[in-house]
Design a protein around this ligand. Sequence first.
Ligand code: B1M
Length: 210
Amino acid sequence: MSVLESLSEAVQKGRAKDVTALVEEGLSEGLSAQELLDKGLLDGMGVLGERFKNNEVFVPEVLIAARALNKGTEILKARLAEEGVESRGKVVLGTVKGDLHDIGKNLVKIMLEGAGFAVIDMGVDVSGEQFVAAVKEHKPDVVALSALLTTTMGQQGEIIKALEDAGVRDTVKVIIGGAPITKAFADQIGADGYSADAASAADLAKSLVS
Ligand code: B1M
């Protein structure tokens, strides 16, 4: 098995120590940071993301894999900057105002980062004004909104309205998700896309920025 294949497998199995050793081995063999990222770390998270989508693995496996992946990206960060690698795009992500659920949102972050996006994580209980300020400051390609409560899902529409009122709605794609959210609701509030799970959210973001 090549270093890249072993690296992908180590991420899928969440073996942080192996990931560290394999990234260092790859670099010493002359592989570029970009190759190690795309064909090793992100490939591994991509495979796991598909398995997560199909209910073959669950939240703990994804979190453990993410921790392993982060060990690898820590080593590669400086090299990637030297190689001038650009991220796939920027995403401002948060759970909407009034809502404190963040487990799904954190998985969306993992999958987005695993797909090569730079993610600005606003945390939970994030208002329209805060999203507007973040869009003005960070100029993201995508705004990603999570809501878990039927009482807070309406906030997703309020945030889109706040972006419109601030004149920045056309500068970003807005994607939404969370347990009570449906495609029909996304259409109703004028979101650019909806996805049912974290891995699909990353696919959706990729399709919207490409
Ligand atoms: Co809360 N809670 N909770 N809770 N909680 C639910 C959501 C609930 C369904 C439980 C129930 O009654 N059966 C219910 C909502 C009912 C409703 O509105 N229809 C509920 C309630 C009522 C409440 C409180 C109001 C309870 C109370 O205080 N009376 C309260 C509200 C607090 C608040 O937010 N203001 C509350 C509090 C909490 C805790 C703090 C205790 C805790 C949250 C801890 C945390 O997140 N750090 C909690 C938890 C853990 C849950 C359950 C048990 C699990 C949620 C979860 O993390 N699931 C939940 C019941 C359940 O779902 N079984 C429940 C795992 C996670 C991976 O799934 O977040 O759905 P999920 O994310 C999925 C998809 O939805 C999607 O991707 C993920 C999978 O890949 N996704 C996106 C999510 N965001 C996305 C964004 C995208 C795309 C996809 O694009 C941007």
